[in-house]
Design a protein around this ligand. Structure first.
Ligand code: TEU
Length: 545
């Protein structure tokens, strides 16, 4: 491969800043209203200039897009709406030439009901080998085989014409694979190799904690009269011991690539598991390399709570030799500018129901970015975080696309508000997202002109320029990235202050009162202006000490 510019070290992923691309919403080169692979290619110079180490591209496979592509009908091709395999090859080569690694999304828990193996299973008879690739069962007394709830609402079982039911932990269009069947195991080995051989640097593993099920299919307990979705220890479809066997197998495959110029390939686990000790089981040295830490994402903007979460995370992960991996937003959550602009007890509530101060959210999002990028380990940036995009909370009901909306009987709007296409330039929709022929698949707000990449590039105080500066400093400072941190003593209750060797300090003021900075410290970067040596509220500063 031609990746002379990528970092040679095999452990690049321990401190990498990874930018999440949600391909449908990133950039639309062919102007049909949907983002595509050539759109990503066209924006590679922007991403290189931003200074990220790698991209994680959410699913780009052929899919009916009933769950935004997390419903895969062919794991070895590109969705024609997004482009072709040769576009993907070109993207991988061009990214590598710029020093940017590529991670893609593996969705191993379930496929799409349009996957040929599931179609064959539907046509086959109960008890057939085709059905054994999935979880087909007879019902119990005319009901579903278990009381398991689906993530998007309703039962996790769907009945078909011959009376049998199939399991779908997510949407009805996403049948769960039966990982006890060796053909499924072998198929995914082959899919990993297919993409590794094409030059992919690694995979993000979707719901990495759910592939293995308790085959005795026990019911889950009720909570408030409803079957719980909580991931209690012993839950029959989450965090079952069998998932670790799968991850160990994949790790061995990734390690086979150790002799290649790119080095061994890597995995990041998506598993919403708390406490961090549970998550740490997934990143032991013979399993996945890293795992998103969602505890900080779910944490309030509160110094005491954040410190506890940071300590708990680092202690648990370091105990197994893994780096921490920090995340503030992704395509499943309310964008953090919006979350931080709310009463923190209601930060994660649904769209449009909680009063939000977006200016407060903007300040805190900037402060949080400098906190995230100063913590030990790797960090993820969700597309548009670097522009300070807020959640779009007033999408018209008729455009809502997340299966949550239908499955909840139109009570939960779902995740579309963080998936609105990126504004690149210009003063009105589609803001350079596409050519203007096809309307963006989700409408963009009329007031996003100041938030385009172009507008922000020209504003020294913009979110974009803060991110760029932070990533530049991060590269220059040996203290940043992987390593250790020490909390500083004697700081006010609303302040987080920590030191990293050599000679770096990060101070986050989560309170309202300004705090005095140590004299003689050189300011490397600040999220708000530092006046008379004091750091204002809801702001972060990086110091050289
Ligand atoms: O998400 C897994 C997951 O746990 C989410 O369903 C989460 O609980 C929910 O989004 C919170 O609102 C992954 C993907 O990131 C998500 O986009 C997919 O819908 C899901 O898996 C199914 O593949």
């Amino acid at each position: 491969m031609t990746d002379g510019a990528t970092r040679p070290a095999d452990d690049w992923w321990r401190s990498a800043v990874v930018y999440q691309v949600y391909p449908r919403s990133f950039a639309d080169a062919d102007g049909d209203g949907t983002g595509d692979v050539n759109g990503i290619r066209a924006r590679l110079p922007y991403l290189a200039d931003l200074g990220v180490d790698a991209l994680w591209i959410s699913p780009w496979y052929p899919s009916p897009l009933l769950d935004g592509g997390y419903d895969v009908s062919d794991y070895r091709d590109i969705n024609p709406e997004f482009g072709t395999l040769s576009d993907a090859d070109a993207l991988i080569a061009e990214a590598h030439a710029l020093g940017i690694r590529i991670l893609i999304d593996l969705v191993p828990n379930h496929c799409s009901w349009e996957h040929p193996w599931f179609k064959a299973a539907l046509k086959a008879t109960p008890g057939s080998p085709e059905r054994d690739l999935f979880w087909f069962r007879d019902g119990k007394d005319g009901h579903a085989p278990t009381n398991w709830p689906a993530a998007f609402g309703g039962s996790a079982w769907q009945q078909i014409d011959d009376g049998q039911w199939y399991l779908h932990l997510f949407d009805i269009s996403q049948p769960d694979w039966n990982w006890d069947n060796p053909l499924v195991v072998e198929e995914f080995d082959s899919i990993l190799r297919f993409w590794f051989d094409r030059g992919i640097d690694g995979f993000r593993i979707d719901v990495a904690d759910s592939m293995a099920k308790d085959p005795s299919l026990p019911d889950v307990p009720l909570k408030d009269g409803e079957p719980t979705r909580e991931k209690y220890v012993g839950n029959p479809f989450y965090d079952q011991p069998g998932v670790h066997t799968i991850h160990q197998r994949w790790r061995a495959i990734a390690d086979e690539y150790a002799g290649t110029p790119q080095g061994p390939r890597v995995f990041v686990a998506e598993a919403w598991l708390s406490p961090a000790e549970r998550l740490a089981q997934y990143v032991r040295s013979n399993e996945l390399h890293s795992a998103f830490n969602f505890d900080v994402l779910r944490c309030a903007w509160d110094a005491k709570e954040l410190r506890e979460v940071i300590d708990h995370t680092t202690e648990s992960l370091w105990a197994v030799g893994a780096p921490a991996t920090w995340v503030l937003s992704n395509h499943d959550t309310i964008r953090h500018r919006t979350r931080y602009g709310r009463d923190q007890r209601e930060a994660l509530e649904g769209a449009g129901v909680v009063p939000t101060d977006l200016e407060l959210g903007r300040r805190r999002a900037r402060a949080a970015a400098l906190l995230e990028l100063a913590l030990p380990g790797g960090a993820y940036i969700y597309q548009g975080d670097e522009l300070g995009l807020p959640e779009v909370e007033d999408l018209p009901e008729e455009v809502l696309d997340d299966p949550t909306w239908e499955r909840s009987g139109h009570t939960v709007r779902g995740r579309d508000g963080c998936r609105v296409p990126i504004p690149w330039s210009g003063s009105e929709p589609p803001y350079g997202f596409g050519t203007g022929e096809g309307q963006p698949w989700l409408p963009q707000p009329a007031d996003w002109a100041p938030l385009t990449a172009e507008a922000e590039a020209g504003d020294p105080n913009s979110h974009l320029n803060l991110y760029k500066a932070a990533l530049r400093v991060r590269r220059d400072q040996d203290a940043l990235g992987e390593g250790r941190m020490t909390w500083d003593a004697d700081v006010p209750a609303a302040v987080l202050s920590f030191t990293r060797d050599p000679g770096f300090r990060c101070i986050v003021n989560l309170g309202e009162q300004p705090v005095a900075l140590p004299e003689s410290a050189e300011i490397l970067l600040a999220s708000e202006p530092v006046i008379d040596g004091t750091l204002p509220g809801d702001a972060t500063v990086w110091l050289k000490i």
